[in-house]
Design a binder for this molecule. Structure first.
Ligand code: NAG
Ligand code: NAG
Ligand code: NAG
Ligand code: NAG
Ligand code: NAG
Ligand code: NAG
Ligand code: NAG
Ligand code: NAG
Ligand code: NAG
Length: 566
């Protein structure tokens, strides 16, 4: 609709006749990046309407074929990037439609969603070789969008990087398992993780044209996005290398990983099939064929019939040869530079109840542990002994709720970063950094004060005051003068890590220098990111307490992660 044609035929003729000068394609839509197989016009207007923005945005660029029809439930299939473009400059000035969410709503989201976005400095060229940061959204692997996490500010703040955000299939469309999928030669487990990988491979092939350096890629994600980052790091047990050099994981979070052929997986497949209307199919072959032929309307019904907590990646024996924690402890992962951390009260979001509901140990079993059903009674007993009761001498816990949310957080959200950081340090990696996000999302805090510095608080400051969800619309709350300082400080730390391997190098003027995690054998230092109330933040370094170190060591033992299945 907004497309213009250009002299592609002329270009072919020029090449045919042996001339080697390059043609520059232009478009009235905006700056053009020509990938040979396709050309994209970006958006040179800033989000505030500045027509001479220092950043150009390219949205909705396909990185694989649309996963429609027989490509449903299949690994992403490559585009033909050796073909010559058809003479069209594609309008890439806006975000594409996000992937289908859960709860699924007909008309919101699309299956044709294997797209990514690029923000580049306006003056970056093919010879710029700038470090690249790729953001992978969270949302439990059942929801999430790129539009809710715009990276404009990252590139505006640090004109020495290129930013990318990627969409991947969610919920049953990205994570269907069971024997019908396992037996089919053309269906794949963990399709959503394979989408992420395909996007990262696209970045390897094409980001140079946007001014990026494929050898300096950082991947970053939060919650299920943080889990995705870990899964990309341990993918194939590290045997295939990794299309990135650095990793940032924020509040790594996922539910127990199941076996793709377990009875739980088969039940989930059956429940989904019945809801879609494919229940009468007796063979696995026809069951899958029926699901692929089903109209989106029926798929939407099927998605909503599955509990969102039932959607999980699976230990498929290929992309994930084992539990991520076990791959890490057995050294089967790609060695990377690392920055990781979590929010102070991540666990409150996952305790499973409100403060008044927690009175006895049994309340913790009943409210908190349904999320981790394979944890044994023996382990729970050990846990309750390890986390001193409220009235025990020296107990750090003031209420039973404190115990519950501390446990709920430690199981994975607040502790897996310690396992990764310790392991990388022991392998001799110097660029390892840790943080604790200590300022709440004020919008969520107003709604539920007892949640404190709840899960996702960091995202609010890194992404423009976001409290967004595709179904509810994209909401960005303006910062006050103290919050904006924290936002700038955090973005500078994050982009500095992506650009140099250290969050400290290009930090904001006035920000505290951020020392590595283990500067000696025992000092586990981390940056505590805290809002101020004047013209400076109150962020500073702290040392992790021995109690927290010990708790995390407990949860990250192989024998315990075999039960939490993280
Ligand atoms: C370009 O970006 C601006 C700012 O984000 C936005 O308002 C506009 O809708 C975008 N699209 C086009 C076609 O200009
Ligand atoms: C890709 O396009 C090129 C050029 O049009 C063609 O020769 C090649 O066969 C195509 N590859 C595939 C896998 O379709
Ligand atoms: C040319 O390619 C673009 C995508 O690269 C596509 O949207 C468009 O439909 C194609 N046009 C023709 C005439 O094939
Ligand atoms: C692009 O402009 C920024 C300032 O806006 C400058 O710092 C940077 O060096 C420039 N980059 C190139 C490649 O010219
Ligand atoms: C499958 O559906 C049954 C009946 O609604 C329900 O009890 C069960 O929890 C569901 N199981 C899964 C794994 O979705
Ligand atoms: C698929 O095959 C397995 C055995 O190979 C069987 O247990 C299962 O019920 C089949 N599923 C469907 C939907 O036919
Ligand atoms: C574990 O404890 C619960 C009560 O907390 C009990 O209902 C259950 O039977 C116990 N399981 C085993 C295997 O002992
Ligand atoms: C800004 O909001 C934060 C809470 O997010 C509050 O702590 C701070 O005092 C406010 N600062 C100003 C200057 O209003
Ligand atoms: C911050 O405010 C204090 C007190 O108002 C002032 O002395 C200081 O110069 C200010 N610093 C900056 C960097 O503006």
């Amino acid at each position: 609709m907004f497309s213009t044609t250009y002299a592609r035929a002329f270009l072919a003729l020029v090449l045919w006749t042996g001339f080697t000068y390059a043609l520059t394609i232009s478009s009235p839509l905006g700056p053009v990046v020509d990938l040979s197989y396709a050309a994209y016009a970006g958006n040179a207007t800033s989000p505030t309407g500045d027509a001479n923005s220092s950043v150009v945005f390219f949205g909705g660029i396909p990185y694989a074929q649309a996963p429609l029809g027989n490509l449903r439930f299949r690994a992403p299939q490559p585009l033909n990037e050796t073909a010559t473009g058809n003479g069209t400059v594609v309008d890439a000035r806006n975000f594409a439609t996000p992937c289908i969410q859960q709860p699924a709503v007909l008309g919101v989201g699309s299956e044709d969603c294997l797209r990514l976005n690029v923000w580049k400095p306006a003056n970056a060229t093919e010879s710029s070789n700038l470090p690249v940061v790729v953001y992978i959204y969270g949302g439990g692997l059942y929801a999430g969008t790129t539009q809710g996490f715009p990276m404009y500010d990252w590139v505006a703040e640090n004109q020495g990087i290129v930013a990318v955000s990627v969409s991947y299939r969610l919920n049953v469309l990205g994570f269907l398992s069971g024997s019908a999928v396992g037996e089919a030669p053309d269906a794949d487990f963990n399709a959503g993780l394979l989408d992420q990988r395909a996007a990262l491979e696209w970045v390897q092939r094409n980001i140079g044209k946007f001014g990026g350096d494929k050898d300096q890629v950082t991947i970053d994600g939060e919650s299920a996005g943080g889990a995705s980052v870990v899964m990309q790091m341990v993918a194939y047990g590290g045997e295939k290398g990794a299309p990135f050099k650095r990793v940032v994981s924020q509040s790594i979070g996922y539910d127990p990983l199941i076996d793709p052929l377990s009875s739980r997986a088969e039940t989930l497949f059956a429940n989904f099939s019945i809801a879609v209307g494919c229940s009468n199919d007796t063979s696995n072959v026809s069951a899958l064929a029926c699901l692929r032929e089903a109209p989106l309307e029926s798929i939407v019904t099927g998605i909503n019939a599955i509990g969102n907590g039932d959607i999980e990646a699976v230990v498929d024996g290929n992309f994930l040869p084992d539990l991520p924690s076990h791959l890490i402890t057995s050294g089967r992962f790609s060695t990377v530079e690392y920055m990781g951390g979590h929010c102070t009260h991540d666990g409150r979001t996952f305790a499973g109840g409100k403060p008044s509901q927690f009175v006895t140990d049994q309340d913790i079993v009943a409210l908190t542990f349904p999320r981790w059903p394979y944890v044994t009674n023996e382990t729970l007993q050990e846990v309750f002994d390890f986390y001193p009761k409220v009235n025990a001498t020296g107990s750090p816990f003031v209420t039973e709720y404190d115990r519950a949310w501390t446990i709920a957080g430690d199981v994975i959200f607040t502790c897996m970063d310690q396992l990764i950081a310790d392991t990388l340090v022991s392998k001799g990696v110097e660029n390892v950094f840790s943080f604790r996000w200590n300022t709440p999302n004020p919008v969520l805090l107003a709604a539920s004060p007892y949640l404190g510095v709840m899960h996702t608080s960091d995202l609010y400051y890194l992404f423009d005051g976001t409290t967004s969800a595709a179904n509810a619309g994209f909401t960005f709350t303006p910062f006050n003068t103290s919050e904006v300082l924290l936002s700038h400080e955090a973005i500078a730390y994050w982009t500095s890590f992506a650009a140099t391997g250290s969050p400290s190098t290009l930090r904001s003027p006035g920000s505290t220098a951020w020392s590595p995690y283990l500067s000696s054998a025992t000092d586990r230092l981390r940056m505590v990111l805290t809002v101020g109330n004047g013209n400076v933040t109150q962020s500073g370094l702290e040392q992790k307490t021995q109690f927290e170190v010990d708790r995390c060591a407990f949860w990250m033992q192989d024998g315990i992660t075999a039960q939490t299945r993280v």
